[in-house]
Unconditional design. Structure first.
Length: 559
């Protein structure tokens, strides 16, 4: 098979290109990404990030310094710190408000000798020196001087307690200017480390905070920095943000990506070859029935059907092929039936014309002989001949009606008119045969049909049902809408039914199982129903009765 005529090969090449080209593009993007990443790490971006973090940290400490200076300069704070004296309660109120800030555990007061003398707990306070008997001392902690302020600590998290540090300011007696101890803000260490933020290169670049007491990560946990560090500006003596770079973590993604690209290329090529080999085999297996089906239909086997496998496009094509074959078979059957009926009708009409005239002459002669006949036996014989001539005349009328039906004159016929007419005409026959006749339906329906023709059809169907029904059984006639623009009339009996091998032939012209039948009743009924835009279907099983369905177009909406 040439490449140009093989869909599978075309798609194989397209898919192969579709897998190789992205690999090439990804490889180029990989190199650009690696270069850009190295430049990002070693360039000005990290320096700018450190400067921004240093600015945020400096602003945080400026805020705490302003806060401690405001408290230390408040007139009644020194007296409150030394002896707990607060005449107006203003100092206590101010301290409680300031201690409740989210960045503080509380506010501490120390004596001149460094001992803790008073605490004001904030909402975040826990453990010593607030709600614990454990000693609280800052004597051995590192101290950073910032003017006349002291930054004590930080203390790392331990024993379930969060890390912290103090921002301490000396208190002066307003009367003599002597030292009245110190006031300190008990600050959460996490409030500072949280300002380090994250990094756009998580796992490769880690922001940490350098302090006189060690290094802390963004969670406030003590860490040991790696060997490659980018230092930021100091915002306090000994306090500065750092970025720790892990070279192994930096290079491992590039190595893994390169290996992944090679592996992906091999796997993709292998998978594509295997998949398309299987696809070619399966597609050939799925397409061959379509080819065989087309060849079978072309050879005249209109009953050939393709087995449908799956709900994909090929399955849909198989379904469409089967629908096409069914409709083509129905169309051909209809055309053959129409052609056969046309020939048969033309022949029957000619024969009927040729027979009716001699029958009329014979009928007249028999009647003349009967009037002058004195012998009773011969008179009975002549009357039997006349009855047979009448029967032949009726048969000829049926033949003419079948071969040359007049076009329907459709009107809007109310359903209750049709049902009432059937009830009046057929009740005597049903009573004579001891059959219960039940006629029911939706009286609001209005059908568009030829009145005389539909009455002729329904009378014929009900007569057949009554004649087929055994004594004591029931014949039911129902009428209702079928959910579309048609009315559905059903005639159902409880007779012996029709054998399956006979059912397809019961509407064929001149086919009958009745000794006295002409075989034209159902054929004419079907012909008239189709002329009125409807359809006639017969459902039956031997021993289970027969149900005849007639569909006719509705005249419009329900009345």
């Amino acid at each position: 098979m040439r490449l140009g005529s093989s869909i599978v090969r075309k798609y194989f090449l397209i898919s192969l290109l579709g897998s190789v080209v992205p690999m090439v593009i990804v490889g180029a993007l990989y190199d650009r990404y690696a270069s850009a990443l190295l430049e990002q790490i070693t360039g000005e971006r990290l320096t700018a990030q450190l400067s921004a973090v240093g600015s945020k940290l400096g602003s945080f400490f400026d805020g705490r310094i302003y806060q401690i200076e405001t408290l230390s300069n408040y007139p009644t704070i020194p007296a409150f710190a030394a002896a707990g004296i607060d005449p107006g309660g203003e100092a206590s109120t101010l301290l409680r408000i300031e201690a409740d800030m989210p960045d503080l555990y509380g506010i501490l007061f120390f004596a001149a000798d460094g001992g803790l003398v008073r605490v004001v707990a904030g909402q975040a306070a826990s453990g010593p020196p607030y709600w614990s008997d454990q000693p609280f001392s800052v004597r051995d902690m590192p101290v950073t001087k910032a003017g006349d302020l002291e930054i004590i600590g930080p203390a790392p998290p331990q024993d379930g307690q969060s890390g912290w540090f103090l921002v301490r300011q000396t208190l002066r007696n307003q009367h003599n200017g002597q030292s009245a101890g110190t006031i300190a803000l008990h600050v959460r260490l996490a409030s500072v480390t949280e300002l380090l933020g994250g990094s756009s290169l998580a796992g490769i670049v880690q922001p940490i905070l350098k302090t006189p007491a060690g290094y802390f990560d963004a969670l406030g946990l003590a860490v040991i920095p790696g060997r490659q560090i980018v230092a930021g500006p100091e915002f306090l003596p000994g306090w500065q943000p750092l970025l720790v770079i892990d070279p192994d973590q930096l290079l491992s993604p590039f190595v893994a990506a390169r290996q992944g690209l090679y592996l992906a290329a091999i796997v993709a090529a292998t998978v594509i070859v295997v998949l398309f080999a299987r696809l070619a085999s399966r597609l050939r297996h799925r397409v061959e029935p379509l080819t065989h089906g087309a060849e079978a239909v072309a050879a005249g086997r209109l009953d050939y059907r393709i087995a449908v496998e799956g709900d994909d496009e090929i399955g849909n094509v198989a379904k469409a092929f089967n629908v096409m074959a069914t409709r083509l078979q129905d169309t051909m059957d209809r055309m053959l039936r129409v052609e056969r009926l046309a020939v048969l009708g033309e022949f029957a009409t000619g024969v009927a014309h040729e027979i009716r005239n001699p029958l009329a002459t014979i009928k007249t002669s028999v009647q003349a002989l009967a009037r002058g006949e004195k012998d009773h036996e011969r008179l009975d014989l002549l009357e039997d001949v006349g009855a047979e001539i009448d029967r032949l005349a009726r048969v000829m009328d049926d033949v003419l009606a079948f071969g040359r039906p007049h076009p329907p004159q459709t009107i809007a016929l109310p359903m209750d008119d049709l049902l009432n007419r059937l009830l009046r005409l057929m009740t005597p026959l049903a009573a004579e045969r001891q059959v219960t006749l039940s006629i029911q339906g939706d009286s609001r329906l209005v059908i568009q049909t030829d009145r005389d023709q539909i009455i002729q059809v329904m009378l014929n169907l009900v007569i057949n049902a009554v004649q087929a029904a055994p004594s004591g059984s029931r014949v039911t006639v129902t009428a209702d809408a079928d959910g579309s623009a048609h009315a559905l009339l059903q005639v159902e009996d409880q007779g012996g039914g029709i054998p399956a091998h006979i059912l397809p032939r019961v509407t064929a012209p001149f086919f009958t199982t009745k000794p006295q039948g002409t075989g034209l009743g159902l054929a004419i009924s079907r012909q008239l129903i189709e002329l009125n835009g409807g359809a006639l279907d017969i459902h039956s099983r031997a021993g289970h009765g027969t149900r005849v369905q007639v569909r006719l177009p509705l005249a419009g909406e329900r009345a």
